[in-house]
Design a protein around this ligand. Structure first.
Ligand code: 5GP
Length: 190
């Protein structure tokens, strides 16, 4: 039985952290569960409510802030709120599993501060800003304005990589997956 443990994957949007997170979830379904965040942004592509995010209105989000329902929340982009509900974390820990967070950099640092040694924080780094920009464009899910906003944010985020417990440079996907696997396996032993 795991005691309120968590592994936090953070990094710029387009760094590939979601791919690493999905891989770990598929490899260790009995040990880890994905923390579904609440957000006020609309669903993208095939995203499903309750699976990828809890898609809620800004009014609902703000009322949950008032009632202190979030473990952590943030206005990641202007007018776009994201947060982890305490009920979501409790649900996972009560089931005896480790929580896997896919969360933005500030949120990741915030969670690490709260969970301390019970959490392993991992920063996923793109090989360069240029490659990050190419990835975001080829994803074809963001407007030009949204890509620019994400790049601007990424430049700031890269400066905080050293505040994380570990980092993975996601240049070669196979290598990055192997590193994620190794970090997770080591964390299991703690
Ligand atoms: P996207 O809109 O691309 O799904 O997510 C934008 C950013 O918000 C990503 O970096 C994602 O990891 C982050 N994010 C997702 N859920 C949360 C959360 O609960 N809290 C915070 N702070 N960031 C989150």
């Amino acid at each position: 039985m795991e005691k309120n443990k968590a592994i936090i994957f953070s990094g710029p949007s387009g760094s590939g952290k979601t791919t690493l997170v999905r891989f770990l979830l598929k490899t260790y379904p009995e040990r880890i569960t994905f923390s579904v965040s609440a957000t006020t942004r609309p669903p993208r592509g095939e995203e499903k409510n309750g699976v990828d995010y809890y898609f809620i209105s800004e009014d609902e989000f703000k009322s949950k802030i008032e009632t202190n329902d979030f473990l952590e929340w943030e206005e990641v982009y202007k007018g776009r709120f994201y947060g982890t509900l305490k009920t979501e974390a409790k649900r996972i820990w009560d089931s005896g599993k480790i929580i896997l967070f896919d969360i933005d950099v500030e949120g990741g640092l915030n969670l690490k501060k709260q969970l301390k040694l019970n959490a392993l924080s991992v920063f996923v780094m793109p090989p360069s800003i240029k490659i990050l920009e190419e990835r975001l464009r080829s994803r074809n899910t963001d407007s030009e304005e949204s890509v620019s906003r994400r790049i601007e944010k990424a430049e700031k985020e890269l400066k905080t990589a050293s505040l994380f417990d570990k980092f993975i440079i996601n240049e070669n996907l196979e290598k990055a997956l192997a590193e994620a696997d190794k970090l997770f396996s080591e964390f299991l032993l703690i």
